[in-house]
Design a protein around this ligand. Structure first.
Ligand SMILES: [Zn+2]
Length: 381
């Protein structure tokens, strides 16, 4: 049995000091340090740093040169291990709008790794299928030739592995698809890459949409006479919203406002592509060329193509550009996404009985240790 002491512990409702987290594979108890006998445990000294729940990235395409849509198990493993350095302990490998055959190959790779017995890195929760049921008018960096009419049967066929998928609620066939998926599966339905009006989006929510794919990006904007998908997502409490908090996709001036409006429905994501963790230069996304320079990834025509954001950086960006306490910013990258996907009974917060997914991070929220299922899987250099 292990125990972490001497940390600033980020619980779901406060920061606590002078407490010890006792764990094996699961968190056994969180109690005042002076109430336990340290010699009974393998002690990890947090040295005054932050002790946080492991982070949950529900939308990430690639990292360290690998991309989920490559359909390569080795690439998935590279990602699964790489993101541990960013404090991510659970994730959803995210496919792009590529050909149906390529999407299904990618799904199979995720199945293979998720269902294998051995350790492979950060825990795969399931796939985030971004498209192919989107609106060409808001395709962003998705390839238009692979966009398909929404098809509930496709989602149902893969409901064992799909955790969430993106659909444009206004396109032909979307309403029926949303209703069927809602009725027959527990897949989270997300509106995104959409040209919907406010009314279309509200209808989508009435039919079963419960999430919004990277809010503000690739959807109709909020205007006072035309509130758009952004207006519908912000005004409906049932809808959780993804935010790419790299300060480039969405201006940091909005972070605090979003946190106030969405509360525990705000989910930080990275939308990271294969250029993440790599030097500046030329890469691809869903078969299309992308140039990375600093925090920006652009296609030749200037379209933004995903990010190179790390989830621990997203937490720090939200924290430093809002009035949130750090434990509240952490929640947006742990408990909130876990809850949106119905996984919060096991992961997302430091609570007794949950998986011992724990990170230790410094003042800037750089990760110095990652613990997954009670095992130390990363130590900072
Ligand atoms: Zn994406």
């Amino acid at each position: 049995m292990k125990c972490i002491v001497n940390g600033k512990v980020l619980l779901k409702d406060k920061m606590a000091e002078g407490v010890a987290i006792v764990f094996d594979e699961k968190i056994e108890k969180i109690i005042p340090t002076d109430e336990i006998n340290l010699s009974d445990y393998e002690v990890i000294d947090a040295q005054g740093k932050f002790v946080s729940p492991g982070l949950v990235d529900m939308h990430i395409h690639g990292y360290l040169g690998a991309d989920v849509s490559d359909g390569d198990v080795e690439g998935l493993k590279l990602m699964a291990k790489g993101i541990l350095e960013n404090g991510v302990t659970s994730w959803c490998p995210t496919t792009m709008t590529v050909s149906k055959a390529e999407i299904e190959t990618a799904f199979d790779c995720v199945r293979t790794l998720k269902n294998c017995d051995g350790y492979y890195g950060a825990r795969i929760l399931g796939v985030n299928s971004e498209g192919p049921f989107i609106n060409p008018a808001k395709k962003g960096a998705q390839a238009e030739e692979h966009i398909l009419k929404p098809d509930a049967d496709f989602v149902k066929k893969h409901a064992d592995i799909i955790k969430l998928f993106t659909v444009a609620p206004e396109v032909d066939g979307a309403t029926e698809c949303i209703k069927q998926v809602k009725a027959d599966t527990d897949v989270l339905i997300s509106m995104g890459h959409t040209n919907a009006t406010f009314e279309d989006a509200v209808t989508g929510v009435e039919n079963g949409v419960r999430h919004a794919t990277h809010l503000f990006n690739a959807m109709t904007a909020l205007s006072h006479r035309s509130p758009g998908v952004v207006g519908a997502a912000l005004s409906n409490d049932k809808v959780s919203c993804e935010l790419i908090a790299d300060t480039f996709h969405v201006d940091k001036g909005l972070f605090g406002l979003l946190a106030k409006i969405k509360g525990d429905k705000l989910c930080l994501i990275t939308d990271c592509i294969r250029a993440g963790g790599m030097p500046d230069g030329d890469y691809t996304l869903g078969g299309q060329p992308v140039h990375k320079e600093g925090i920006k990834c652009l296609m030749p025509d200037g379209t933004i193509a995903g990010s190179v954001l790390k989830l621990n950086e997203a937490v720090y960006n939200l924290y430093t550009n809002s009035e949130l306490e750090l434990y509240e910013a952490v929640k947006c990258a742990s408990l909130n996404p876990a809850a949106a996907m119905g996984a919060d009974d096991e992961i997302g917060s430091l609570e007794e009985g949950k998986n011992a997914d724990i990170i230790i991070a410094d003042d800037k929220f750089n990760v110095v240790m990652t613990i997954l299922d009670g095992e130390i899987v990363y130590r900072g250099k």
